[in-house]
Design a protein around this ligand. Structure first.
Ligand code: XMP
Length: 494
């Protein structure tokens, strides 16, 4: 019986075990479309998400990635209040309409208006009475008067005939109206009340990112991680505007979690992704709970020790293929999470069914990841740690503990000894900006799609063919028989 277990065990594979086969192609890499579905209801423009890790994704990463067309998943090793604030930061930064407008009273002295503008670093203020817009005053209107020490009231200097716009205005329409009327800012009015303000500067900023992922209101898309049973947090993140919630667990085939995911789903408007899993059975069980997306990966991550500590896992390419076969039947998107080292790995993940990949290591070294640059032996690095590492489980609010179904006694001075880590802490090379890293990764994926003759991600999933390679094949694939003198931006040699 036991010998049979060994004999019946399947072989499972990962990225280095295969290569993609070049095919007859009319597709030029520059013409491919990298748009992909990441959940039942959301599309993103490049198939890349950032990991919900405290050394990878806070608002700055989510904003930078959304601008490039991807999606950030805000980590949860912080209080609900702090995580809500990170989501709001992302939503505010992608919105051309500023909602928390700073205003002034018509009876205020203009010196007060001037002080507000100076303090808040803005050049104009709407003038309101009981939320009703009665005028607008700009720094240009009042600077000469303030300089001459005169102290008139705001209402004596303001422009009362204000050009306003409705909430439904598009960025292009707003820009035309602003140019026609030679104004820099347009108050947004609903039922006579001021609800926001649009500035020309914000509209022009938006044009810089044509590939950005935005919601229906034009704000950046953002996702957030939530603990498997943390319904209160899920509700708060949902209310704060998270588009997608991601149940973040090391073992999402825990049946209590599976059952609870349906309760979570019923209580939120956001789409719900659940992970991580690595088998057909887990995919079937979660899909039966009506989840909107699946995340695959048990132990492939660069700082994971689950496969060593617990002896559990499935090599990532086989895990992706197995889950994707089930997900495809139900039209549920699959995110391949962990183990991606090069752009070619992204292409291979898609070739075996993934709709998108999640990156930790490759993004942790960017400027937009949390944490400072450290210099070791003259080279720049940034900190990167597993959410199941001791540092992450005992730092922050210890979100890693329920990810790994462990409890921490906050009062215990010996809390380190009460935890069984499933990850390590370290550093990764500093890699510059998210924009630069994404350019290389997406460039590599587009090249791959050209070789495979696939114009879209869907075609890549259907058409790409693989060849099984040996150790000598892997050796031949990497640069060999030379000393690399110039490091390439998409092939680190640390
Ligand atoms: P990469 O390879 O991109 O992987 O660095 C990132 C993914 O690894 C997962 N993760 C962990 N897995 N122990 C684990 O076994 C950990 O401490 C840990 N922390 C993160 C996670 O899925 C992430 O997206």
């Amino acid at each position: 019986m036991y010998r049979e277990k060994l004999e019946k065990a399947k072989t499972a594979y990962t990225f280095d075990d295969f290569l993609l086969v070049p095919q007859a192609s009319w597709v030029e890499p520059k013409d491919v479309d990298t748009k992909t579905r990441v959940t039942r209801n959301y599309e993103i423009n490049i198939p890349i998400l950032s990991s919900a890790m405290d050394t990878v994704t806070e608002a700055e990463m989510a904003i930078a990635l959304a601008r490039e067309g991807g999606l950030g998943v805000i980590h949860r090793n912080m209080s609900t209040k702090e995580q809500v604030e990170e989501i709001k930061k992302v939503k505010r930064s992608g919105d051309i309409t500023i909602r928390d407008v700073i205003t002034v009273d018509p009876d205020a002295p203009i010196s007060e208006a001037y002080e507000i503008m100076k303090r808040e670093n803005i050049s104009g203020l709407p003038v309101v009475v009981d939320d009703k817009l009665v005028g607008i005053i700009s720094r240009r209107d009042i600077k000469p008067i303030v300089n001459s020490k005169g102290d008139k009231k705001v209402k004596e200097v303001m422009t009362s005939d204000v050009v306003t716009v409705p909430e439904s205005i598009t960025p292009e329409e707003a820009l035309n109206i602003a140019y026609e009327n030679k104004v820099e800012r347009l108050p947004v009015v609903k039922d006579g009340k001021l609800v926001g303000i649009i500035t020309v500067r914000d509209i022009l900023e938006r044009k810089k990112y044509p590939n950005a992922c935005r919601d229906e209101e034009g704000r950046f898309l953002v996702a957030a991680a939530v603990g498997p049973f943390d319904l209160d947090r899920a509700k708060s993140l949902d209310k704060a505007g998270a588009d997608i919630l991601v149940i973040d667990s090391a073992h999402a085939h825990n049946m209590r979690l599976v059952k609870y995911s349906k309760i979570m789903k019923k209580n939120i408007d956001a789409d719900l992704v659940v992970g991580n899993i690595a088998t057909r059975e887990a995919a079937e069980d979660l899909i039966s709970q009506e989840v909107d997306g699946l995340k695959v990966g048990i132990g492939p991550g660069s700082m994971c020790t689950t496969r060593i500590v617990a002896g559990v896992g499935v090599p990532q390419l086989s895990a992706i293929a197995e889950v994707s076969d089930v997900a495809a039947e139900y039209d549920i998107p699959v995110i391949a999470d962990g183990g991606i080292r090069y752009s070619g790995d992204i292409a291979k993940a898609i070739a075996v069914g993934a709709d998108a990949v999640m990156l930790g290591n490759l993004l942790a070294g960017t400027s937009e990841a949390p944490g400072e640059i450290v210099i070791i032996n003259g080279r720049k690095y940034k900190q990167y740690r597993g959410m199941g590492s001791l540092g992450a489980m005992t730092g922050g609010i210890g979100a890693g503990t329920d990810r790994y179904f462990q409890n921490i006694n906050k009062k215990s001075h010996m809390k380190h000894t009460k935890l069984v880590p499933e990850g390590v802490e370290g550093v990764v090379p500093y890699r510059g900006s998210v924009k630069e890293v994404i350019f290389q990764l997406v460039g590599g994926l587009k090249a791959s799609m050209g070789y495979c003759g696939a114009k879209t991600i869907k075609e890549m999933k259907e058409k790409a063919k693989l060849v099984r390679i040996t150790q000598s094949g892997i050796k031949e694939s990497h640069p060999h028989d030379l000393l690399i003198t110039n490091e390439s931006p998409n092939y680190p040699t640390y």
